[in-house]
Write a protein that binds this ligand. Structure first.
Ligand code: PLP
Length: 492
């Protein structure tokens, strides 16, 4: 494709993107295709001769779009949202137009420097203390591909710090602490690193208050493990768990760590709920005081509820040298005079990969276009829409909340009609599995399921950028109708 053809194809692609987005409400939310559908539609090897843009893009619309689940659909209430703004798309487009692997400052000064700036903008927007700002030189922020990468990076740095402080510790005795509600990223990191992992049980506290780990539970576990000759060296605490939005008590666990077990690294995974820190009224609930005081590292995904298209995982550390201790390797071909002089950030030393995407451009576009006010408005809107859903659940005789709502997430279940013999957990779970199965067959909305302890429940997560009150109303009508018909068929 030459420049003239690209210019034409580019305008065409933008037109098609606009048409796609304006037609979203008319589409089923979930792809209506069967596994393997694509194999029947496209050839099983690449064409010998190059093809024209029009035929390629027409096939994209014919074969690919119908196979997409539309996360930008206003009736997408599953998992957590996947941010998709036009500003984010333009950032992606322009950053890929100047493709460069930006692994050190010299490789593309603007991409390193812009990353430093936008991570500081974000840190300030969230109220993070200046120890976490790049500009101050002690800690700093870096954009990662995902919260899973951020957690793995934190755990690798924590391991090196622990081993440096406790030389001779056997790797087999190291333990990663997570809770029963931590995202699977904790276990995955343990799997990759070949380390032990212990999930501290918080299920009861979550079911009652949606409060996760406390200092007391942590203290008891560490004492137990120390007595067994084991060495917990990192805790992955969560602000806003995936299942129910539960919140580990960061100040409480941080205080215990600082006072009694200062070698334990505290990583806070606020992948979903961290964006609420932009609003002063949610900072206490989202654990800002504890994060500022005690966290060694923090992750907030902008690519969930934070308006920036995937991948956009913000990761901050209190001490950047801990990352450099863990990740710096400088062969001759990567040396630069600025790096040697220590006057620039070389982000390749802050994580696993060498090459990196120019992600800061989309951060810059989105944060400038929305401003802090617009960013806050998006968070407040999601929470207020969720509140309106919660009111309906509370007022309904056929549903109940399983856990207290958290920010823009509601976890609920269908109640059996009569107490009778249907009060057994297994039976209520079976009823709810049937209810959820029936909901899943509706093409005009999508929710997901989870387990809190042994309780099967349904999650309703608000936050897709185009969801409005009318979409909550429509979703509620479907949920109520499916709930009622499930109860009827259950009674027969
Ligand atoms: N942490 C929490 C609390 C999450 O809810 C999720 C995903 O939903 C993740 C981490 C994983 O995020 P990523 O896909 O960026 O690794």
């Amino acid at each position: 494709m030459d420049i003239d053809k690209f210019r034409k194809a580019g305008y065409d692609a933008i037109n098609r993107i606009c048409d796609y987005h304006s037609s979203l409400p008319m589409k089923p939310v979930v792809a209506q295709v069967k596994p393997g559908y694509l194999h029947h539609l496209i050839p099983d090897s690449a064409p010998q001769k190059g093809q024209e843009w029009v035929s390629i893009v027409e096939d994209y619309e014919k074969f690919i779009i119908p196979g997409l689940t539309h996360w930008q659909h206003p009736s997408f209430f599953a998992y957590f949202p996947a941010a998709g703004t036009f500003e984010g798309m333009l950032g992606e487009l322009l950053s890929s137009s100047t493709t460069n692997p930006g692994f050190n400052w010299f490789a593309s000064p603007a991409s390193t420097e812009l990353e430093g700036v936008v991570m500081d903008w974000a840190a300030k927007m969230f109220g993070l203390k200046d120890i976490f700002w790049n500009v101050n030189g002690a800690g700093g922020g870096v954009i990662q591909a995902s919260a899973s990468d951020s957690a793995l990076t934190a755990i690798v740095a924590a391991r090196i710090r622990y081993l440096n402080e406790h030389p001779g510790t056997m790797l087999e005795s190291l333990v990663i602490y997570i809770t029963t509600q931590t995202h699977s990223l904790g276990e995955k990191a343990a799997m990759i690193l070949g380390l032990r992992v212990r999930a501290l049980d918080v299920d009861k506290a979550v079911a009652i208050h949606n409060i996760g780990l406390t200092g007391e539970v942590l203290k008891a576990a560490v004492k137990e493990d120390h007595a067994r000759g084991l060495h917990p060296f990192v805790l992955v605490a969560t602000v806003g768990t995936t299942s129910s939005g539960a919140i580990d008590q960061v100040a409480d666990v941080g205080f215990i760590i600082k006072q009694s077990f200062p070698s334990i690294w505290l990583h806070v995974d606020a992948a979903w709920a961290g964006v609420t820190l932009a609003c002063p009224e949610y900072r206490e609930a989202a654990q800002l005081p504890g994060i500022n005081e005690y966290a060694d590292s923090l992750c907030i995904n902008f690519h969930k509820w934070g308006l920036i298209n995937h991948d956009a995982s913000a990761f901050w550390v209190r001490e950047r040298r801990r990352l450099i201790d863990a990740f710096e390797i400088t062969p001759e071909f990567l040396r630069t005079k600025e790096g040697d002089a220590g006057i620039v950030i070389d982000y390749r030393n802050w994580h696993l990969s060498l090459s990196r995407r120019f992600r800061s451009l989309k951060f810059w576009f989105v944060l400038r276009s929305f401003g802090v006010d617009g960013f806050q408005a998006n968070i407040r809107k999601g929470i207020s829409l969720n509140d309106s859903f919660v009111e309906r659940i509370r007022a309904s005789p056929i549903f109940e909340l399983v856990t207290p709502p958290s920010f823009a997430l509601t976890v609920f279940r269908l109640l059996p009609r009569s107490a009778g013999n249907t009060t057994e957990l297994e039976s209520i779970n079976a009823l709810n599995r049937e209810f959820y199965g029936a909901l899943q067959s509706r093409p005009n909305l999508v929710l997901t399921q989870t387990l809190i302890g042994e309780v099967f429940c349904v999650r309703f997560a608000v936050g897709a950028a185009r969801t409005e009150l009318i979409d909550i109303d429509n979703a509620w009508e479907v949920i109520k109708e499916v709930g009622e018909s499930t109860l009827e068929s259950w009674a027969m």
